[in-house]
Every structure is written in C-alpha cells, then in structure tokens.
Design a protein around this ligand. Sequence first.
Ligand SMILES: CC(C)(COP(=O)(O)OP(=O)(O)OC[C@H]1O[C@@H](n2cnc3c(N)ncnc32)[C@H](O)[C@@H]1OP(=O)(O)O)[C@@H](O)C(=O)NCCC(=O)NCCS
Length: 191
Amino acid sequence: MFKFCRFNSKNTSLYQQYLMFKARVFATEFGWNISLSDSFPPSALKDSYDDTSIFVGCFCKREMIGVARVSGPKEPKPYSQLYEGYDALGCNFVVVTSVAVTPEYRGKKIATSIEEGVGKVTIGRRIMEEVELLSGELGSEYQFLTAGYGRSEKFFCDLGFTIIRSKYDMDWAPVPLVDCVKPVKLKSKIK
Ligand SMILES: CC(C)(COP(=O)(O)OP(=O)(O)OC[C@H]1O[C@@H](n2cnc3c(N)ncnc32)[C@H](O)[C@@H]1OP(=O)(O)O)[C@@H](O)C(=O)NCCC(=O)NCCS
C-alpha cells in the first residue's frame, strides 16, 4: 500500500510534489518565514541544497505523504556553520532536513519496520529508517539534524538521536531549534 522511494530534484514530478508538500506542511502549517502568495509558483520554495540532496519519499497511491531530505557527506550542507567542528574531525556525516508526514497519516502504525522485519511502525519512523540506510550507503557514520524544540524533538530522541545543542533561536524559525546526532547503525540487508 505504501511505497518508499528515493528521488532527486531532476525527477521533476516527484520534486514538484515535494515543493507542494513543503508549502503545505512547513510554510502553511508551521509558519516558516517563506513568502507565499495564493498564486506562488512551487519553485519559489526551492532552496540551494535541493539540487545536491537526495529525498526519501513515502507515497500512497502516487501521492506523497511523507518526506525527508538528506545532504550527503561530500555535498554542501544546510546549517553548515553548526557542523564545522565535526568537519574538522574528519567525520563523514549527512545532514537530514525537511522531515515531515502529512497530518492525516501522523501517529498511525501502518508501515513495516525495516529494522524488525515484521511489525508495524509509523510512517515517520519508517522514513527515518530509510534515511539511516541511505546515510550508510553514502558512507556516513553519523546523521545530524536540526529540529523544532518541542514535539518533534521528542520524536527524534525516541529514535536514538542525542541532543548536542538545545533551544536556540534563528530569525526565520517560528520556534527555538535543537541540533541532534545519531550514529548510523542500520545496514541494508540487500547484498
Ligand atoms: C515528526 C513527524 C515526522 C513524526 O511522524 P509520525 O508518523 O507522526 O511518527 P510518530 O507517530 O512515530 O511520532 C510521534 C511523535 O512525533 C511528534 N509529533 C507528533 N505530531 C507532531 C507535530 N504536529 N509536530 C511535531 N511533532 C509531532 C511527537 O513527539 C509524537 O510523539 P507523542 O505522540 O508521544 O507526542 C510528524 O509528526 C510530522 O510531520 N510533524 C510535523 C513536521 C515536523 O515537526 N518535522 C520535524 C522536523 S523540523
């Protein structure tokens, strides 16, 4: 019923869906400081990291219901100033951004867990499993992400992320932010 797949900005139809999704969830629902008008073109939501990132999408009947964006170890990274110390240590890591599930599907245990093989997990958890597999395939040892302080922070901590910087403000963000990190452990079973 659900399909998880990777895509990049060259896949025009999936990427357009991502931009619409971003408009709906991040701009409209969360009030991120992105200028939108009734007639805005989705391309207005493109950002400079999209072309060098890989997206993990979850689709139900071809409609995107969840997504995450992964910027690989060798690619430019959003919030790069936050990660300079880790770059200096020579760590290989990805930066994960734009993690979201469409409101109707949040909290529903309907996807099969990769880690456990059986048993149902939420779409959000399964997307993060897909992100971890991809991170490993890209040769990274750690996954970094920046989340909104509050509910989503709990989601990431429950998944094994550790907070490394808590509750700071950025002028474009409507809520304080937290940075967190998780080592890549989940490995693909497909050889
Ligand atoms: C965070 C999110 C991807 C989790 O996906 P999911 O399929 O709901 O996954 P789960 O049901 O396993 O997660 C539940 C937890 O997510 C968090 N959560 C639930 N609704 C949320 C919301 N509207 N906003 C932020 N976090 C939320 C809570 O920690 C919740 O745990 P709780 O029910 O014990 O409070 C999803 O809730 C979402 O899209 N939230 C809005 C976007 C967002 O905050 N993204 C985070 C990066 S900035």
